[in-house]
Structures are given as C-alpha cells and as structure tokens.
Design a protein around this ligand. Sequence first.
Ligand code: PBG
Ligand code: ZN
Length: 319
Amino acid sequence: MKRLQRLRATVALRDMVSEIGFGQSQLIQPLFLSEGAIQEEPLSGLPGSSRHTLSSLLTQFEKDLAAGVRQFILFPVPAQKSNRTFRADFVGTALGQMRQRAGNDAAIWVDTCICSFTETGHCCVHDSRGGQDLAATHAALESLAVSYVKAGAVGIAPSDMNDGRVAHLRAALDKAGHDIAPIMSYSTKFASNYYGPFRDAADSTPQFGDRRSYQLDVRNRNDALASSRRCAEEGADLLMVKPGQPAADLIRPIHEQTGLPVGAYQVSGEYTSLVLLAREKFLDFEAGLLESWYNLRRAGASYIITYGARLASGMGLPR
Ligand code: PBG
Ligand code: ZN
C-alpha cells in the first residue's frame, strides 16, 4: 500500500513540509555524535558545530530546542571501524535520551550511511576482490536503519547513493513494523568538492579512490533527475538535492517529475564559504546566510539542511 500519511504524523513533520510560508521549522540542524570522543570537539571548518560526546550532544540539543529548532539530523561517528560488522548501539542510546527530552516536539532524522563505519571510508561494503558488494551494503544499511527507527528516530536519511537502497530500506522498515516511518532520501547527490569540512567531522574520508563510482557526475543533468525519480519509485517520501545551491537548478524539475517535497542540503563547503567571507569582512554573515536560504526556497526547496538552523530565530526568521 502506498502510504501518504507518513509526513502527517506529528506537528514537526507537518510544519516541515508546509507549502505556505517559510520558517525555522523548515530548517534541519545537523548534529555529530562521536562514540569515541572524550569531550566536545569544536569543528574548525564548521564554527558553531562540534563532534559531540553523548553528554555534550544532549546539552546542545536542549539549547537548540530552546532556540526553536524542531528538525535535527544526527550523524553517528562510531569509535571502531570495520569492514563487515557495524554496531550502532551508541546511536540508540542518544536517540532514546533525546526523545525523552523532546517527545514528539522535535523530529530527529538519522543520516543512514556506512562511510563513518567502514575502514575504507567508503559508503559501501567491498568484496574480497575490491568490488562493491551491493547485497552486503544493503544488509548493513537495513540493520542500521531499523535500529535507528526502533530507538526513536522519526525517519531515516540514506545518503549513500548505492543502487536499490531505498527499496531495501522501505521493505526492511515495513517488515520491522515501521511502515509509518518516512525515508528522506539523498536522492540527487553529486560527487562534489564541497564536502571537505564535513568529512573531517564525520571521519569519513575515503582511504582510496573517491566516490565518483556511486555519486553523481556534476556534468550530468539526466542522471541527476533519473536518480531522484528512481528514489521516488522505490518509495522515498522526501527527496533532496546536494550540494544545495550548486544543484538548485534541479529542485523544481525533480518536484515536477515526482510530486514529492524536495529539500536542499546546504553542505559544509557552502556554509564554510560564507563563514570565511564574513571572517574577511566581505559579507555580513547572517544576512548572507538568510539570502542563501531564500535562494534555495525560491528555487523550490521544501526543507533545508543547514548548519545554521539554530541561528534562524535570532536572525528574525519566524518559527
Ligand atoms: C556521507 C555524507 C556526506 C555528507 C553527508 N553525508 C559526505 C560524502 O558523501 O562524502 C556531506 C555533508 C556536508 O558536506 O555537509 N554519506
Ligand atoms: Zn557515506
């Protein structure tokens, strides 16, 4: 059965996909949770963001709630890397405690990928001959996704770009009794040079090669559109372009071809470029940030993932 109710389940979800107005409820705040961190580690490339311990994450989460943030995306960084077994109990613990503090007032998504878990730093499992092991990759993503939703994530956000993952994740969630949990798919994700500051944060730099055999080639519009259409066909509830502003030309076409809400990920390199311009006094940071969100909204973005979500109400954006 095609479920259209998934994005109606809570106020936070309904506000996020409201087609009228623009406010903080349409902004998603990334949070990095590091299982191995002993203390909070501020990220030099992303001022205002840190790699968190469980306790500093909860402190930040409460501050963000007080500042009006209602959407979060959690990026788990495990202490141990492996090539086969990926354990994420630490994510479940954090989700449980976040839900205890916020109930349904906040929607907590979890970025679902394995590049922070694999020794290779790649978003897929490799077989013994160095090729992509799609079946093992799907299985790994499925078990992570089900554990996240079981622990209290509102939904999952697969960012890996492996063929077929949305269909597999949808089936796995349904089978586990979570047919109401939405999938926010990183559906048009380019192999971009703008992810640098993030990879430090997530400790997910590929140890060999690059991601061009699974992420999209920036020269190809047709493949970019097909990739989002395919995610829609496989059952994604929300689509996304990434990086945001560089891929803004695709937002409206994707929406027109699928009818689904399409978000934009203002990625680390985009955000940091504003920070650096402001540091050199070439830009008023908050004015520039607000403009960048307006640009994405004008291009048709329904929601925006941005490292500056927590600043929005202080900048005068309505909640
Ligand atoms: C991992 C992932 C990446 C980002 C989000 N999830 C990095 C990558 O694909 O290399 C990038 C986010 C950012 O740069 O802000 N699958
Ligand atoms: Zn990845």
